[in-house]
Ligand binder design. Structure first.
Ligand code: KIV
Length: 283
């Protein structure tokens, strides 16, 4: 990544795109990074920071659209945001998150909608939630040439079944089911696997059991990589802050301060100053 004299990060010059085989080859050699982004500008900055994968997560339902959970976001909304991110990300692998009810109804529906993420959204891969219940979908989507990232543990699209945003795999039976599901997803062709809100020891067992990279969120440090929602990482979303989030900044507060200063300067007649004002041509 290039840096100018002022220490500002500049656009990388023609760095090669991160690929699915590159992600798979990273297992056991280096830690992978993934972050969400939902719009062009954020994608540009996240991409410049050098993360491996950008997830256009269905979490956009909550952090961009203000819904209570992730269930209401539609295919059209997901594609709209995926297109914007794809225009901003030059290097990172862009992954489109399949929304609730876009792949559960039938295998044919799943393949068709996964294809739309690549064809219309210009993503390079898709993510979907679930274990044994979605194996047929995973096989068919991979069979159509579309890379699939799995997602186990706390799967927010199943919130009604799970009874809330709760840590999963806490007893031995549930932990063993997670390991079995992870192995089955890898065998079905997933290139990587998100593990959300599972005990660190269970995530470690899964990581050791599968040949594909595990990407943890609230799943401890033994995972092959980590993912966070970008709004959580920079402190923009404050409706709730999960325990597994580390806030690297407080951009919400900084935005508030900047907008307040703007309002005060306009009200006091300080902004716009002469330097922001066009003069009339001299006659
Ligand atoms: O939608 C999302 O942001 C996700 C991540 C939390 C992995 O699925």
């Amino acid at each position: 990544m290039a840096t100018n004299k002022a220490g500002q990060t500049q656009p990388a010059k023609a760095e090669p795109r991160v690929t699915v085989p590159g992600i798979m080859a990273a297992k056991g050699t280096r830690k992978l990074t993934m972050l969400t982004a939902y719009d062009y500008c954020t994608a540009v900055w996240v991409d410049r920071a050098g993360v491996d994968m950008i997830l256009v997560g269905d979490s956009l339902a909550m952090v961009m659209l203000g819904h209570e959970d992730t269930l209401s976001v539609t295919m059209e909304e997901m594609l709209h945001h995926t297109r914007a991110v794809a225009r901003g990300a030059q290097r990172a692998l862009v992954i489109g998150d399949m929304p609730f009810m876009s792949y559960q109804v039938s295998v044919a529906q799943a393949v068709e909608n996964a294809g739309r993420f690549l064809k219309e959204g210009r993503a390079q891969a898709i993510k979907l939630e679930g274990g044994a219940a979605v194996l047929k979908q995973v096989e068919a989507i991979v069979g159509a040439g579309i890379p699939v990232q799995g997602h186990l543990g706390l799967t927010p699209q199943s919130i009604a079944m799970l009874g809330g945003f709760k840590v999963q795999g806490k007893d031995e039976e549930a932990a063993r089911k997670l390991v079995d599901d992870a192995v089955a997803l890898a065998q079905a062709g997933c290139f990587s696997l998100v593990l959300e809100a599972v005990p660190a020891a269970v995530a470690q067992r899964i990581t050791e059991a599968v040949p594909i990279p595990t990407i943890g969120i609230g799943a401890g440090a033994a995972c092959d990589g980590q993912v966070l929602v970008v709004h959580d990482l920079v402190g923009l979303f404050d409706r709730f802050v999960p325990r597994f989030v580390k806030q690297y900044d407080h951009l919400g507060q900084r935005l508030l301060d900047a907008v307040r200063r703007y309002r005060e300067e306009v009200e006091a007649g300080v902004f716009p100053g002469p330097e922001h004002t066009f003069g009339t041509p001299r006659g």
